[in-house]
Design a protein around this ligand. Sequence first.
Ligand code: FES
Length: 165
Amino acid sequence: MQFTINGHAVEVEADVRTSLLDLLREQLGLSGTKKGCDQGACGACTVLVDGERINACLALAVQYQGRAITTIEGLADEQTLHPLQAAFVEHDGFQCGYCTPGQICSAIGMAHELERNVPSVVTADLTAQRIAFDHDEVRERMSGNLCRCGAYNGIVDAINATFGR
Ligand code: FES
């Protein structure tokens, strides 16, 4: 199977029954994407496929051949955190951190979904467009990502600080 993962062409042999999550974690060593429930209920496994967020535990890797997949490892460069990662640090958007990669990928996907509804601010950039939304809308749109520590206020604050206006 061939993919573009975090900007790099990747070719890997895998059983056609392999989930995208297991391919990333077990075969490619990209363990930043977490396995929580493994059945689509927690959002810990969220990654971006061509900018759209998906639960990698529910996806067969074979379905996503040829697509551009971004995981948490693909957001920062060696020197600089992605603005949303920095905002999570600044706003205490985590406690144990297990859900954080999924929360961050999901929030970036959410911002892209909103951009599609606001054509004047559309870009293909994964960084940040500033979009008007309120606290409740963020909570609703991020409801697929659970945080067992209950760091939701910090998570929403970080998302608003990055993408809100
Ligand atoms: Fe995929 Fe929970 S591990 S949604």
